[in-house]
Design a binder for this molecule. Structure first.
Ligand SMILES: Nc1ncnc2c1ncn2[C@@H]1O[C@H](COP(=O)(O)OP(=O)(O)OP(=O)(O)O)[C@@H](O)[C@H]1O
Ligand SMILES: [Mg+2]
Length: 422
């Protein structure tokens, strides 16, 4: 029987699996799915699979009139000690149970391709799951390990995601190079600085080749949240005035809108019920038309569809100077032209934090830009214009490479089989 190993990149936005044929020493095939789970509104008593994963989750959410539980960016909860479990209908799901649903989906699809039950996997992890906090980090990796076990894996190793990306890039090199890799995803931005050598692909000891690893908890989700805050929430009544007491007019609290900007809130804490205070504000605002949109959004679980429009605007702006932010559903109407400069300002704070982190990373690890032979950028967020500019400005003389934005990590993880040799 042929021997295989899976490289699994469980991402905030997308999850990929690369099947590695250990005898032929090559990648057999790759699979990629959006990291989304949709729990149907109506649970079937006869089936215990009351959810759909990946692309099908979006279709089911729309077909179900957006009434069930839509879960996005579930990777974010791995490091949250405050999250213990969520109840969906009569079942309880902890963080590992939710993540296992995505890992199992990938495993099932891959097993079907090779006609085997493969239980060996190298699983990627960001350099830091959250901020630089050891306790949270250990919790996250323990939960991810448990998720892999629930999904049916027995031999499990972990590898830093940017090292995975680096190993995929190494395959394309013709000579030894010092490479700075940046993997910018939906949740995190990770860096690694290492020596890559095409002659060393798959070899045993790479410890001496790794010079530095680092990362920061900012990614495409942060950009989308910032956009929602600046450009989305005004359409949901962020500036609504209401009469607090007779004659005293106030603006509704901004905190009401923080929840609709973050997936963590929307996945688990929002609930489907509209809180009474929101209804009160609506009443005392004299039934403000935009504030009504907030009620419509929460009541009808429209969050994901609004964020789809936000992402579309962002993606358009990677190749154009203007884009239209449009949304039309259930009486909510948004049509706004967004210029690239405007967008860059909205995400500016996050981009600056990435830039500052990169500067610290270089300094702390004594990396002299003169010694860098090439740069490898990967991950969906690496396509954002401000990010491209950031790297071009910091390293004007270094060759900038990119490619395989969504699969490079999984492929490189699949080349990390050496982790099983003790
Ligand atoms: N063309 C594009 N332009 C800009 N951003 C994009 C583009 N395509 C995808 N993205 C963004 O890239 C992010 C997803 O990238 P990727 O799949 O690399 O992340 P991930 O691996 O799931 O996340 P992480 O590694 O942080 O856990 C999302 O925020 C998505 O909106
Ligand atoms: Mg990633």
């Amino acid at each position: 029987m042929k021997k295989f190993l899976y490289g699994i990149d469980f991402g905030t936005t997308n999850s990929a699996l690369a099947i590695y044929d250990e005898e032929a020493k090559e990648i057999h095939s790759t699979i990629i799915i959006p990291s989304l789970i949709y729990f149907y509104q109506q649970f079937s008593a006869t089936s215990d699979k009351n959810y759909v994963v990946g692309e099908d989750a979006i279709t089911a959410y729309l077909n179900d009139d957006m009434k069930g539980r839509f879960i996005k960016s579930v990777k974010q909860i791995l490091s949250r000690s405050s999250f213990s479990e969520t109840r969906i209908h009569n079942k309880r799901y902890n963080a590992s149970d939710l993540v296992a649903i995505i890992l199992k989906e990938l495993k099932d699809r891959a097993d079907q391709l090779i006609g085997q039950d493969c239980r060996k996997a190298v699983i990627g992890r960001p350099v830091f799951f959250d901020d630089d906090d050891v306790k949270k980090d250990t919790l996250a990796q323990t939960r991810l390990n448990k998720a892999a076990e629930i999904a049916g894996f027995e031999e499990i190793r972990f590898q830093f995601e940017p090292i995975g990306a680096a190993f995929a890039y190494e395959k394309s090199l013709v000579k030894k190079e010092n490479v700075l890799v940046a993997d910018l995803g939906g949740g995190t931005t990770d860096f690694t600085y290492l020596v890559l050598d095409p002659e060393k692909v798959g070899s045993k000891d790479r410890k001496n080749d790794m010079m530095a690893n680092g990362g920061i908890y900012i990614g495409g989700d942060s950009f989308d949240s910032a956009f929602m805050w600046e450009k989305g929430t005004p359409y949901f009544g962020k500036n609504t005035q209401y009469e607090a007491t007779p004659g005293k007019v106030l603006t509704v609290p901004k905190s009401l809108f923080v929840n609709i900007c973050s997936w963590e809130q929307m996945n688990f804490f929002n609930g489907l019920r509209i809180q009474k205070d929101i209804e009160d504000y609506y009443y005392f605002s004299g039934n403000d038309r935009k504030f009504k949109n907030l009620i419509t959004l929460i009541e009808n679980n429209l969050g994901y569809s609004v964020f789809q429009s936000i992402e579309k605007t962002k993606i358009t702006l990677t190749n154009a100077d203007t884009a239209k932010f449009t949304y039309h559903k259930m009486g909510i109407d948004i049509d706004e032209k967004i210029g690239l400069a405007d967008y860059e300002q909205i995400i500016g704070k996050d981009v600056d934090r990435i830039a500052n982190y990169l500067d610290d990373f270089m300094l702390k690890n004594n990396i002299d830009p003169k010694n860098i032979d090439s740069l490898f950028l990967t991950g969906g967020t690496s396509m954002v214009v401000s990010i491209q500019k950031l790297f071009k400005n910091r390293f004007p003389h270094v060759n900038l490479n990119s490619g395989d934005n969504f699969k490079s990590v999984a492929k490189g993880l699949a080349y990390s089989g050496y982790l099983f040799d003790n």
